[in-house]
Design a protein. Structure first.
Length: 327
C-alpha cells in the first residue's frame, strides 16, 4: 500500500459466465496450460500482472493481452468492467484467457469500510451485484488493506468496527464463492502517524481474522509489510495455503533504518536485497501456497518507463526472485 492509499486517494480496481468459472480458477488454468520448461521454478504461486501497481494504464482487455504477450500467468480483475461489459465480451475474454493459460488473480474490494457508516452501508448494498459478476467470470479472490492508525478511534473501538464491517463484506463474498484477503500495513512511519495505532502485524491480523470468524477470510501478504513489521520466515510458516489470498512483492531502499522506511518509496523485488525475498517466497512455497503474486514496488523509475519497458522489467523481476527462492 502506498502513501496515496494511506491518504485515502488510492483505490484498487473494485472489482461473465458460469461455464467458465471452474476453468478460470488458478488450479484449473495451471492444469490446462503448464509453465514453459525453465520459465520459472516449480511453485503453485502465479506470476501476476497488476497494471495499476506498476503504473501502466490498461483496460481489462489490454491487461489480458499484455499478460499473454509478456508471459504472466494471472491478471488482476476489474469488477467494474466485468459487471458492465456485454456478456459476450466477457465470454470472449475468458475464453482467450483459458486458451493461453491466464488465470484471474484478485479483484479489489469495492466497499469503503474505513470511513462513515452511511458510505459503508451504501457500498455494502452494492456488493452482492459486484460479487455476482465476479462469480460469473470465475474470479474467487477479493482483497483490501487496513489503515494502520486512526485519529479518533482507540484500537479496541477500531477493531470492533473492522470486525463487524469486514464480516459483513466477507459474508456477501462467501455467498458468491469469493475469499476476502486483508493486508496489514507495517511501517512505523505510518502506524505512529496518528493518535491511535491499529493493526500492523501478522499476529494482530490473525486476531482480526479470528474475530470475523468466517472461513473465507485470510491474508494479503506483502513482502514490504512483512519486512517493516520485523517478521520472519517462521511467522509465514504458521500459515496454511488457505490463509493466503494474494501476495505483493517488492524490495526496500538501502541505507534507511527499518523504522524510517517510507511506504511510498520502494524498489523492484530482489533489486537491493534489503528484504529477504528468497526467505519470504521460500516459506510460502513450503506451505504449498497457490496465491497470485504481483509486483507492487511504487517505484518512480518504473512508472516513468514506457509500457513495454515496464512490463518487461516486471516479469523479469518476478522470474528472478522466484528463481532465487528455488535456489
Amino acid at each position: 500500500m502506498d502513501a496515496a492509499a494511506i491518504a485515502g486517494t488510492h483505490t484498487l480496481p473494485p472489482l461473465t459466465r458460469r461455464s467458465f468459472a471452474a476453468a478460470l480458477g488458478i488450479s484449473a488454468v495451471a492444469a490446462a496450460a503448464p509453465r514453459a520448461a525453465g520459465a520459472t521454478p516449480p511453485t503453485k504461486m502465479k506470476l501476476t500482472l497488476s497494471c495499476g501497481a506498476i503504473g501502466v494504464r490498461a483496460t481489462q482487455i489490454e491487461a489480458v493481452e499484455y499478460a499473454i504477450r509478456f508471459g504472466f500467468e494471472a491478471v488482476e480483475a476489474d469488477a467494474g468492467w466485468l459487471a458492465s461489459a456485454p456478456e459476450a465480451a466477457v465470454q470472449t475474454l475468458t475464453a482467450r484467457m483459458l486458451e493461453h493459460g491466464i488465470a484471474w488473480a484478485q479483484a479489489g474490494l469495492s466497499v469503503e469500510f474505513r470511513k462513515g457508516e452511511e458510505e459503508f452501508q451504501r457500498g455494502l448494498r452494492a456488493l452482492p451485484a459486484t460479487a455476482a459478476a465476479l462469480q460469473r467470470a470465475g474470479v474467487s479472490r477479493v482483497t483490501t488493506w487496513l489503515m494502520p492508525t486512526h485519529a479518533a478511534l482507540t484500537y479496541r473501538e477500531n477493531f470492533r468496527q473492522h470486525a463487524a464491517r469486514l464480516r459483513a463484506c466477507a459474508d456477501v463474498l462467501g455467498a458468491h464463492g469469493c475469499r476476502l484477503g486483508m493486508e496489514y500495513v507495517g511501517p512505523k512511519t505510518l502506524w505512529s502517524s496518528a493518535r491511535f495505532p491499529f493493526i500492523h502485524t501478522m499476529r494482530e491480523m490473525k486476531e482480526l481474522i479470528a474475530e470475523i470468524g468466517l472461513s473465507n477470510v485470510g491474508f494479503v501478504l506483502d513482502s514490504w509489510h512483512w519486512y517493516t513489521a520485523g517478521e520472519s520466515a517462521a511467522d509465514l510458516k504458521t500459515l496454511t495455503n488457505r490463509d493466503v489470498v494474494s501476495i505483493d512483492l517488492n524490495d526496500a531502499p538501502v541505507g534507511i533504518p527499518l523504522d524510517q522506511q517510507q511506504d511510498g518509496s520502494r524498489e523492484m523485488p530482489g533489486s537491493t536485497g534489503v528484504i529477504d525475498i528468497a526467505a519470504f517466497l521460500g516459506a510460502l512455497n513450503s506451505i504449498g501456497c497457490d496465491a497470485p503474486a504481483r509486483c507492487e514496488p511504487f517505484n518512480a523509475p518504473l512508472r516513468a518507463m514506457a509500457p513495454d519497458q515496464a512490463l518487461g522489467a516486471t516479469i523479469a523481476s518476478l522470474r528472478r526472485v522466484f528463481a532465487r527462492a528455488a535456489g
